[in-house]
Design a protein around this ligand. Sequence first.
Ligand code: PLP
Ligand code: CA
Length: 305
Amino acid sequence: FAFKGCQKIRGAQIRVLLEAKEFFLFDCDGVIWHGENAITGAAKVVNALIRRGKNVVFVTNNSTRPRENYVNKFTRLGFTDVMLDQIFSSSYCSALYLRDVVKVRGQVFVIGCEGLRTELLEAGIPCVEEEEDDPDATIYNCALAPDVKAVLVGHDDKLTFLKLAKASCYLRDPECLFLATDNDPWHPLSGGRILPGSGSLTAALEVASGRKATVIGKPSRFMFECISSQFSGVDPAQCLMVGDRLETDMLFGSNCGLDTMLTLTGVSQIEEAQEYRSSDLTTNHSYVPDYVVDTIADFLPAFEE
Ligand code: PLP
Ligand code: CA
């Protein structure tokens, strides 16, 4: 399309693009919702795409909930047609990776929220039991499980020094895999506050272990492989990846050969995309979106007859 290339598109251009694409991948936070609030018009857009027979899937790096919780959240926020098999979260894809790719034998030590453990257990992957809060437990006197074959790091709002210490011990064994649900540095909260992301926890363990984690979530290609294996005939050329963060969503799309769209309702600004575009470093060009919109609600006029 003549209008392709890191610029805002509107009206007829959006209509042409939506007609041309068959498969829509939406990032969640910053595109579909902000925390518990749906982005205005997003539900209408998603419902309209689904009713027009387009394939719609959601790719989120948020590892804190099992997929069932996302279905409930979608319904609660007015996305009435979204089903379990449309949801690809970094926790679900981590479970698939452990089960189907590395076929882990032994237990997984999880740094993460309960939802991540739930997702692993549903896939039949044994996790080291969470210990009760024993104020006297330290790395000097605690027990270590003998058969830990992977350490998986996700977002953990109950992180303790002891968990980091145990993970560091398990990672001494070169046979023990080191995985991260995602590598997100931080997440925006309202009022200018932020939440440190899993990437910050993974970084701590990378330093302690001298190893590099394998990242499952965006921008790694693995989430797209999960989608391709569950939907037959996904052609990258017919996909549009819509996201709000250049370093995760646009790079993910680019890594998977998908057209990318930045929506300005989240983390990244159009100026940052333009800076990447004018960079001499060609690797920076993978962060540049093919299209930009202010919000996915800009799709709505395209559905009017
Ligand atoms: N992980 C956590 C813990 C989050 O809170 C968020 C966003 O709120 C994300 C990841 C990023 O999610 P997404 O990939 O849907 O933007
Ligand atoms: Ca996002």
